[in-house]
Design a protein around this ligand. Structure first.
Ligand code: FMN
Length: 363
């Protein structure tokens, strides 16, 4: 079933090990790193590892459906590729390669505005469900132009990332003197991002009918304001721990935000989701979809498009195994009653979901 050169990957940790071998130190540190002390990175994992399952048994799980819906389209899993800037430094073809992998497997792609080969060429690369994510680097007319172009190229929704009022201090990149080519050549305009307020969200909703996602909501208070502005999706995220340091883990704030939103908008989440069990936890807590940031990049770095597809296949297998062992046959049957609070069993880190990673194959 799998392309011959991806057969060695039976587990996600093997994919991560291959990505580590393939990437130069600069792009590797850029990919896995976070802000300053990387406490938020670790809290993302800690929050997930603080949730245990309460399985139910004897419920005929011989047929499991792990598909989901995404803006009215059926997708293979309730996950999407989160927006990644500078993907071209991780895999040849950048966002176009990610689009091909997403399409081949059957999940949506969110395209970052700071990723090559850009909005039009990425849309042309593959027919997948897609969302465009914008960093605001210009005035209202500049934003409107991006909306127009995204709509003209089949993007189903528009996303504003709102946790980047300041660009954080990524110490791995600073220590390694890694100069991000896309930042070096980016047009000035980060002052627009710092100057954003709810006024721009109101203006956007008044002017455009395309569904709007606010990515980077981390409190119930802001979720409430977002809903009052008519936002279609509240995307709970701390940017994978890459922006504000010493934030809470995404899975820890998710329940409060789901409660605050109260079904008036969809709630999506990302931050540290690496395993099938992680995805199941998010959906049981009330998320509609889960964004994957580093994991798809690691698949792409390991073996290009087939590596991404293989990572998603393994994730799907983990998800279906988890659903069956919990006694449910679809995500719709999950409830918070399938979960319980528990102490994590190890120290959280970006790769703590893969405890065998440092061990030799025979270890
Ligand atoms: C290398 C890298 C680049 C990223 N670039 C962007 C970006 O351009 N726009 C954005 O909204 N988020 C960006 N993010 C954040 C991701 O979209 C996502 O929120 C985060 O990676 C989720 O955490 P995870 O990596 O633990 O899955 C980036 C993350 C990484 C790892």
């Amino acid at each position: 079933m799998n392309a011959p050169h991806t057969e060695p990957f039976l587990t996600l940790q093997e994919i991560i090990a291959a990505a580590r071998r393939n990437l130069a130190p600069g792009p590797w540190s850029y990919l896995i790193g976070g802000a300053e002390t990387e406490t938020t990175v670790r809290r993302n994992r800690q929050a997930l590892d603080s949730i245990a399952f309460r399985p139910r048994v004897l419920r005929d799980v011989s047929r499991i459906d792990s598909s989901a819906d995404f803006f009215g389209r059926k997708v293979r899993l309730p996950v999407m590729l989160a927006p990644i800037g500078g993907l071209e430094s991780i895999v040849e073809g950048g966002a176009a390669a990610a689009a091909r992998g997403a399409a081949q497997f059957g999940v949506p792609q969110m395209l970052s505005s700071v990723c090559q080969p850009g909005l039009e060429a990425t849309a042309a690369a593959a027919d997948t469900v897609r969302v465009f994510q914008l960093y605001v680097r210009g005035d209202d007319a500049w934003v409107d132009d991006h909306v127009k172009r995204a709509l003209a190229h089949g993007y189903a929704a528009f996303c504003l990332t709102v946790d980047v009022a300041m660009y954080s201090r990524r110490e791995r990149d600073l220590v390694g003197r890694f100069v991000k080519p896309w930042r070096a050549t980016a047009p000035a305009g980060s002052n627009f991002q710092s100057g954003l307020s709810w006024d721009q969200v109101k203006r956007f909703k008044d002017k455009h009918s395309v569904p709007l996602i606010l990515k980077g909501i981390a409190t119930a208070e802001d979720a409430e304001i977002a809903v009052q502005h008519g936002v279609e999706v509240v995307y709970v995220s701390n940017h994978g721990g890459r922006q504000l340091d010493h934030g809470l883990g995404s899975a820890a704030v998710l329940p409060q935000i789901v409660a605050a939103v109260g079904g008036r908008a969809e709630v999506w989440v990302d931050g540290g989701f690496m395993r099938g069990t992680d995805i199941v936890k998010a959906i049981a807590l009330g998320a509609h979809a889960v964004g994957l940031g580093r994991l798809p990049c690691l698949g792409l770095a390991a073996a290009g498009v087939p590596g991404l597809v293989r990572a998603l296949e393994i994730l799907e297998n983990e998800i279906q195994t988890c659903l069956g062992l919990l006694g449910v046959t679809s995500f719709a049957e999950l409830t918070p009653r399938h979960l319980a609070a528990a102490a994590p069993v190890g120290d959280p880190s970006v790769f703590s979901a893969f405890p065998l990673l440092d061990q030799p194959p025979e270890g």
